[in-house]
Structure formats: C-alpha cells, structure tokens
Design a protein around this ligand. Sequence first.
Ligand code: 13P
Ligand code: SF4
Length: 314
Amino acid sequence: MTKEELIQNIASLKREKNAIILAHYYQEPEIQDIADFVGDSLALAQWATKTAADIIVLCGVHFMGETAKILSPEKRVFIPDQNAGCSLAESCPADQFELFVRAHPDHTVISYVNTTAAVKALTDIVVTSTNAKLIVDSLPKDEKIIFGPDKNLGDYINKLTGRNMLLWDGVCHVHAQFSLDKIMELKRQFPDALLLAHPECPKYLLEIADHVGSTSSILHFATHSDQAQFIVATEAGILHQMQKENPEKEFIPAPPEDSTCACNECFYMKMNNLEKLYLSLKNEKPEILVDEAIRVKAVKPIEKMLEISARYGL
Ligand code: 13P
Ligand code: SF4
C-alpha cells in the first residue's frame, strides 16, 4: 500500500468505527500529521476523558494507552505496536515500588505518569512534567512525599519547590544520554541559540538550560520567544511541531553521547508507524486492557491530577 493509500484507508476506518487518533509529540512526523490531536502526556490523558469516540488509537507508548483506558474503560484503546514500552516505567517494577512505599507509611506517594497501572494503583497523586511543580506546591509544606520514578524530574522539582521528597532511582534512557560536550560544542557554534531541556535530563544539563519544561512547554516557549535559534534537549520528534509552528526559526537537536547520530530518539516511540497504525485500526488490536481491580485503584490518583490541574487552569 502506498503512503497515500494508507492515509486514505486510515481516514475511512476512523469514520466507519467512530475512532480518534491521539499522538504524542515524539511520534514520527507522518503520524503527527494525520492525528486528530497531538500533545504531551497531560493533554493526551485529558483528551481520553473528553472524546466521544468509541475507539482511541493511542500513538505513543504503552503507559499512555493504559492511562487512556484507565480513565475511559468503556472505550476500546489500541496502540500500533504493543512493544512500545518506556524505559522509565520499566525502571520502577510495582513489587519493588510497593516495598518502598510500605517502608515510608507516613508519606504521600506521587508518581510520574510514566509508570505502569500497577504502580499508579500504589499512588496518591499522578503528575506529568507539565503539572508536577504545581501539584507538589498544592500540598502542605510539611507533607512528607515519595516521588517516583524519575530522579532527575524529582530532583528538579525538589529544587523548585524547596522540598525534600524521597526519590525513586529511575531515569529515562533517552534523556539520560545527552552529551554535555556535544551540547557545549553546539553552544559555541550557535552562540545566540537558547538551550531548551526536558526535566528528565540530568541536573548538569538543566543547570545550563535557558528553559526547562515538558514537551508542550518547550514548544510554547520556542513559539513565543524572540530568539530565532534553539538547541533542543528532548526526544527529537518534538522538532516536527516546533518547525511547523515556527517555519522561520531554526531548531537544532541535542545529540546523544554514544552515537554518531545528530539527534536523540526514543526507540519505543519510534516503533509505531503509519502501517502499524492502519493495521491496529483495521484489526482492532493490539488492545490495551487493564485488570479491573488495578484500574479502580489507579484511576483515583489520575483523576486527582486532572482535578488539581483543572483548578489551576491547565
Ligand atoms: P511530556 O509529558 O513532557 O510530553 O513527556 C513525556 C515523555 O515521555 C518524556 O520523555
Ligand atoms: Fe519513556 Fe524516555 Fe521514551 Fe519518554 S522518551 S517514552 S520517558 S523511554
């Protein structure tokens, strides 16, 4: 099938089945271009609650599909490639996290959305990189908090809020491997460029960044900045929307350490492609299913996140 035929067939299947395609900013450009909505993790969760579609094809990684299913159990949720996982979610197995939580019974448990449903079921409030600071700030100053699984995001939020949250020792394999030397070289080459970094990046990068934020925050900052050049330290898929919204500006991907590639890609996010998207809609698989006992526990901290976010206009 040609690319044009795939696009046409996806459009007809969507109409026929009352389906919607939600895509994360790290997806291949051709998926972003045909999606009904492209956004960050928070926006994808919010869309899952408000769409009237019967079927959601979540073009992202497994935890994103799971979050949509947890919030909207009456809808069927598909993901183009069932192996599209997340190294950060994998760095926090539920049984080990449960021991950590049990060892600190007087702590409120905050989990990043990049976790499995089983970890969310052990959590009091879920956060994304867009609302983590706001949600932590909304809690009493003396509240004891466990934050997992991303230690870089947790450390950054501790610094911003003056807290001392206990951190789980997890990282994202993509954001952990940006090369400081290569970024410093780019800064010398493009002295006017601003460095934009996702808070999953290590501290040494966040400290020299001109702006730190979630994917949507990075996109928003670049669009509203007077500057014309940006070095972007997050997964390179975001550059597609940045360039689309700002054709006159220049976006330079920050390179990884141990590779000759100029940009840093999430192997999991890139497992999805147009053909797999077409097949998932046509064959109605792979489907995201969540055990009901886990779902009823996991939905509470996600709804709490959505409720606090809405209270602050997010
Ligand atoms: P955002 O919520 O900022 O889009 O981040 C998702 C993610 O997986 C970052 O690696
Ligand atoms: Fe997970 Fe990192 Fe990929 Fe985001 S970029 S989905 S945190 S592995």
